[in-house]
Write a protein that binds this ligand. Structure first.
Ligand SMILES: Nc1ncnc2c1ncn2[C@@H]1O[C@H](COP(=O)(O)OP(=O)(O)OP(=O)(O)O)[C@@H](O)[C@H]1O
Ligand SMILES: [Mg+2]
Length: 495
C-alpha cells in the first residue's frame, strides 16, 4: 500500500483530500506546513508527496527541495491556486513530478498520482540548486502569462529543458511568444549569467548574416578592412538564439550544422577553427517538414533541431488566457504610457475571448494598446475594442491631426506631466506605427506626420494654397504635389 503525504496549510483540504485518497486505498499522512512536511518525509519516507506552494513558513517549492535532498528520487506533485509561470517553471525545473492548478478534478489528480507512483524514479535533468534562482523568480515576476492547460505544459517543458545543454527548437505561429520562451529557457539555465544573443535569420541578407554569425578576417572580401568577431564567438559561454531559423539560407545552415557537431567556428576568410562554447536555441513559425521536402531546409539539421521541441499553442487554443493576458497588458501598457488603465467592460472582454487572434499574443497586445491610446478615461467598451482589433485603424480613416489637437483632447492643460492625453501627437505617431508595424513603419509614420502637417497648414489658411505654401516654407508647386500625393481634397477653397 503506497503512502502519500499531503502538505497544505488548509486543514479542510487536508481532510477531504485525505479521505478521497484513503478511499482509493492509499495510506495517507498529512502536514500543515512545509517544515512539518520535511520532518514527515525524514521520519516516514512516504512514496509520494502532494504539496501546496503558498503556505505560512517555507514555500512548497523550498520544502520540496529539502525533501528531495533527503530523499533524492521522491516524487512530488505541486498544487497551487496561482498559475504563475515562474512557479510552474521553477517547480518542474527543481524536480516536481508534476504541477496542478487548484481547484482540480479528482480524476485528474488521481491519474497523476498513479503515474507518479508507477514511474517511481524518473530520469530528470537536474541542476544543483542555486539560491540565486529564487531571488530571480521574485524579481522577474510572471514574464510569461498563462494558466491554460496548454501553457502549463509549455512551462513544464521549459522547466525540463532549461537546465540541460540541449539544443531547443521553439515552434509556434507568429506572435505566440517564441522569443519570450527562448529568454525563459536562458534565464532558467546554468548560462543565465552569460550573454543571450539574438540573431534574426530573416531580417539580415545572406552575406551579412554569415558575417554577423561567424565574423571575418581582414581582407576576406572587399570592404572587410578589419577583422570582425562574429556573434557566436562574442556570445562567450552564453546562449545564441537563432530566430526564424526556417528562413536561414542553405549555406549558413551547413555552417550551423558544423558548429553543432564540432563546436567550432571559422571566420570568413579565416584559416583557423575557433572553439566555441555556446548553447543554441532556435525558433521558427515555418512548416519545417515542408521546407525539408522542398529542399529549402537541410534534413540533417532538421533532425538535430527537432530532438527537443517546445511547441507553443496559438492563443485561440489557450482557454481563459485571453482575459489574463488582457489584464496583464492593460496594466503594463498603461504604466508604460504613464496613464491610468481605464479597464474593460465585460462586453469588451467577451469580444476579446471570442476573437480568433490570427496574430496571437502580439495582435492582442497591439489591439489593447490601440484601445488604450484612444480611451478617454471610461472603461474600454466592445465597440472601441472592435475598432482597435479591426484593420480600421488605417490612417485614412483617422481624423486629421487638427482634429486631434482640439482643445477637448488636450487633457488637463500644461503642468500635469506627459500623460498621453496631454500628447495627441505622440498618440498619432503611435497609431501610425502600430498600423504599419514593421512594414516600412518609419516611412509610414513620417508620411503620416507630413500629411497631417499639410492638412493643418491648409486648415489654418482656409485652404489658400499660396498662403499655406508660405506658412510651410514650401514652393507652391511642391505643396500642390504633396496635396495630390496625400490625397488632400480641399472642400472649401478660398483663393
Ligand atoms: N504568454 C505571454 N505572456 C506575456 N506576454 C507575451 C506572452 N506571449 C507573447 N507575449 C508578448 O507578445 C509579443 C510577441 O511575442 P514574441 O515576440 O515572443 O512572439 P514570436 O512567437 O517570437 O513571434 P514571431 O514569430 O512573429 O517572431 C511580445 O511582446 C511578447 O512579450
Ligand atoms: Mg519572434
Amino acid at each position: 500500500m503506497a503512502q502519500i503525504l499531503i502538505v497544505d496549510d488548509d486543514a479542510q483540504l487536508r481532510q477531504s483530500f485525505g479521505k478521497i485518497l484513503e478511499a482509493e486505498g492509499f495510506e495517507v499522512r498529512t502536514a500543515g506546513s512545509g517544515e512539518a512536511g520535511v520532518a514527515e518525509v525524514a521520519a516516514n519516507a512516504p512514496d509520494l508527496v502532494v504539496m501546496d506552494v503558498r503556505m505560512t513558513g517555507i514555500t512548497g517549492i523550498a520544502a520540496m527541495q529539502r525533501m528531495r535532498t533527503a530523499v533524492p528520487n521522491l516524487p512530488v506533485i505541486i498544487m497551487t491556486a496561482y498559475g504563475g509561470t515562474e512557479t510552474a517553471i521553477e517547480a518542474t525545473k527543481l524536480g516536481a513530478f508534476d504541477y496542478i492548478l487548484k481547484p482540480f478534478d479528482i480524476p485528474d489528480i488521481l491519474r497523476l498520482i498513479h503515474q507518479a507512483l508507477d514511474a517511481g524514479r524518473l530520469a530528470r535533468a537536474h541542476v544543483a540548486i542555486d539560491p540565486k534562482d529564487e531571488a530571480d523568480a521574485e524579481t522577474q515576476g510572471d514574464a510569461l502569462v498563462g494558466q491554460s492547460r496548454a501553457m502549463q505544459e509549455v512551462f513544464k517543458a521549459i522547466g525540463r529543458a532549461a537546465p540541460t545543454e540541449a539544443l531547443v527548437l521553439i515552434r509556434g505561429e507568429s506572435g505566440t511568444g517564441k522569443e519570450l520562451v527562448a529568454r525563459a529557457l536562458w534565464q532558467h539555465s546554468a548560462r543565465a549569467a552569460k550573454p543571450f544573443v539574438v540573431i534574426n535569420c530573416v531580417a539580415i541578407p545572406e552575406t551579412l548574416l554569415e558575417a554577423e554569425l561567424f565574423g571575418y578576417e581582414k581582407g576576406a572580401f572587399t570592404g572587410a578592412s578589419a577583422r570582425r568577431v562574429g556573434k557566436i564567438e562574442q556570445a562567450g559561454r552564453g546562449t545564441v538564439f537563432l530566430d526564424e531559423i526556417g528562413d536561414m539560407p542553405l549555406p549558413i545552415q551547413a555552417k550551423i550544422l558544423r558548429l553543432l557537431q564540432e563546436k567550432q567556428v571559422e571566420r570568413l576568410g579565416g584559416r583557423e577553427l575557433i572553439p566555441v562554447d555556446v548553447r543554441i536555441l532556435a525558433a521558427t513559425n515555418r512548416d519545417l517538414e515542408a521546407a525539408v521536402a522542398e529542399g529549402r531546409f537541410r534534413e540533417d539539421l532538421y533532425y538535430r533541431l527537432k530532438v527537443v521541441t517546445v511547441g507553443l499553442p496559438p492563443l485561440r487554443a489557450r482557454e481563459g488566457d485571453v482575459a489574463l493576458l488582457a489584464r496583464h497588458f492593460l496594466s503594463r501598457l498603461a504604466r508604460e504610457m504613464d496613464m491610468q488603465s481605464p479597464g474593460l467592460t465585460p462586453e469588451a472582454l467577451d469580444l476579446l475571448a471570442a476573437h480568433p487572434w490570427p496574430g496571437n499574443v502580439r495582435e492582442l497586445a497591439n489591439a489593447l494598446q490601440k484601445a488604450l491610446i484612444f480611451s478617454r478615461g471610461a472603461p474600454i467598451g466592445a465597440e472601441e475594442m472592435r475598432q482597435a482589433i479591426g484593420k480600421s485603424g488605417s490612417l485614412d480613416g483617422l481624423p486629421g491631426l487638427h482634429n486631434q489637437l482640439e482643445p477637448s483632447a488636450r487633457g488637463n492643460g500644461p503642468g500635469t506631466g506627459p500623460s498621453l492625453g496631454d500628447n495627441p501627437l505622440r498618440a498619432f505617431i503611435r497609431q501610425a506605427l502600430l498600423d504599419a508595424a514593421g512594414d516600412a513603419a518609419y516611412e509610414h509614420v513620417l508620411d503620416a506626420v507630413a500629411r497631417g502637417t499639410i492638412a493643418e497648414a491648409l486648415e489654418i489658411t482656409g485652404g489658400n494654397r499660396t498662403r499655406a505654401a508660405k506658412l510651410l516654407g514650401l514652393s507652391r508647386p511642391t505643396l500642390i504635389a504633396k496635396i495630390e500625393k496625400y490625397g488632400l481634397k480641399m472642400t472649401t477653397q478660398v483663393q
